[in-house]
Design a protein around this ligand. Structure first.
Ligand code: SF4
Ligand code: SF4
Length: 435
């Protein structure tokens, strides 16, 4: 049965790939062929993804067949033979999908069954979002598309597989902390790697060719200064709606460096009260300076230099203060977007809250990089406003004293839904985020 499944499913893929090869779309052809090695991966989420893929392929062929029959009938050409051939093709795809329900084939895909639905959801969500970018945005947004026709599809497949694997890795709370750090730094490396290659003269690594400074404060200050370019504020707003301040724990290209700096100290020092005053002042200053620069007609270059100076100061605070304090001073006291994320991010119903099993041991406080679990927070069983939903505290708590909540709903599923959303966004950002 297994051999039959492989023959039929590979045949289905080869026919689908041939269709795109005929159209000259090398990237789409390669992407379809990438599903063949994926079939050999014995994890349960792969079965779900393959099954959906075969159903999608069968529907694609049904639609194509109907269009072809209508066309041939309209021009008076015979269509029966073509109809029979296409029916065989549709049957091959449908059979491949059905064979995945066979017990022998199912038994092949046994690994990580408990997290399979979440990994499959991350794959589908990431692929779906990137497919929208690939199909609906005229400018090639996904980097590989700029180097080969259909390259965006290959990148989408790889990023979706990556999202599925990361969700599976991070589903284990004690491992999530280290994986979050790794993927956040990877994102920063990809983002700034593309940026450096782009500014070194390879224009294709830049999004528009119109350079802007990759400092988070510019997400706010840039549109205020220019009066246009609202893509990043809109992206930030949508992200805050979906995952709240999760922007500042998984998605920002800058924050990973602050986390790295803060990790150098095992016992974080307490945040000072004036941190809040400082960050409110810096937010107000960011907006005011952008308005003034615009009002006085300051050149774009001078404004960019101001942004670079702000960014450089931020990096200096990471090196000197975050390292010394063991908490993310830059994100918790300097970055204006960090303040917006933790305040406006409350529109998202996701929260991390204490549960009634908390015994007040304080272990979570040592893991919190944002100062949201200091002594008084733990005493009052109240997570601080600074929480960015990173989940690091859950990794440290042995008594499940903290949990993700969605409004009033509190169950391990909430954490997994949050992970699927935030990791899918992270993978999508990795595919499209360029300056
Ligand atoms: S606080 Fe600013 S730099 Fe830190 S993660 Fe958030 S947006 Fe990025
Ligand atoms: S309270 Fe927990 S989830 Fe929130 S920032 Fe601190 S460690 Fe992260």
């Amino acid at each position: 049965m297994l051999i039959l499944f492989y023959i039929i499913s590979i045949l289905s893929n080869l026919i689908f790939a041939a269709h795109f090869l005929r159209a000259g779309n090398i990237g789409a052809t390669a992407t379809i062929l990438l599903f063949v090695p994926l079939m050999m991966v014995r994890q349960r989420w792969v079965k779900t993804v393959l099954q959906l893929g075969f159903v999608f392929t069968a529907l694609f062929w049904i639609k194509t067949t109907m269009e072809m029959i209508q066309f041939r009938m309209a021009i008076g050409e015979p269509w029966v033979r073509m109809g029979v051939i296409m029916t065989v093709v549709i049957t091959v795809c449908g059979t491949a999908a059905l064979l995945l329900n066979n017990q022998v084939v199912k038994a092949r895909y046994v690994r990580y069954a408990d997290t399979s639905k979440w990994s499959a959801a991350a794959f589908i969500l990431t692929f779906g979002l990137l497919a929208i970018v690939q199909l609906k945005v005229a400018r090639p947004m996904i980097l590989l598309e700029r180097f080969m026709v259909g390259g965006g599809w290959i990148a989408s497949f790889c990023l979706s597989t990556y999202a599925a694997i990361i969700v599976q890795k991070m589903s284990i709370p004690k491992d999530a902390r280290i994986w979050r750090k790794r993927i956040w730094l990877l994102f920063a490396a990809v983002f700034f790697g593309q940026f450096i290659i782009g500014v070194s003269g390879v224009d294709r690594f830049l999004m528009t060719g119109n350079l802007h400074v990759p400092v988070p404060a510019v997400i706010l200050a840039g549109p205020v200064f220019r009066g246009d370019g609202f893509f990043m504020p809109i992206l930030l707003a949508v992200t805050l709606l979906l995952v709240g301040p999760g922007w500042c724990s998984h998605l920002c290209y800058f924050g990973g460096f602050d986390l790295l700096a803060a990790s150098s100290r095992k016992r974080p020092l307490a945040h000072k009260k004036w941190f809040w005053t400082l960050r409110i002042v810096l937010l107000a200053a960011t907006i005011s300076v952008a308005i003034l620069l615009r009002a006085y007609g300051v050149s774009g270059l001078a404004a960019a230099m101001a942004a670079v100076a702000f960014g450089t100061t931020g990096i200096a605070t990471m090196i000197w203060i975050s390292r010394k304090m063991g908490t993310m001073f830059h994100c918790a006291a300097v970055c204006p977007i960090g303040l917006i994320a933790v305040i406006v991010g409350k529109i998202s119903p996701f929260r991390v809250k204490f549960t009634n099993t908390c015994d007040g041991c304080g272990a979570c406080g040592l893991a919190c990089p944002t100062g949201a679990l200091e002594k008084h927070h733990i005493q009052h069983r109240q997570v601080g406003l600074n929480c960015t939903l990173c989940g690091d505290c859950l990794s440290k708590c042995k008594s499940s004293g903290l949990a993700y909540h969605f409004a009033r709903w509190n169950s391990p599923r909430v954490r997994m839904i949050f992970l699927v959303l935030v990791i899918s966004l992270h993978a999508v950002f990795m595919g499209v985020a360029r300056v």
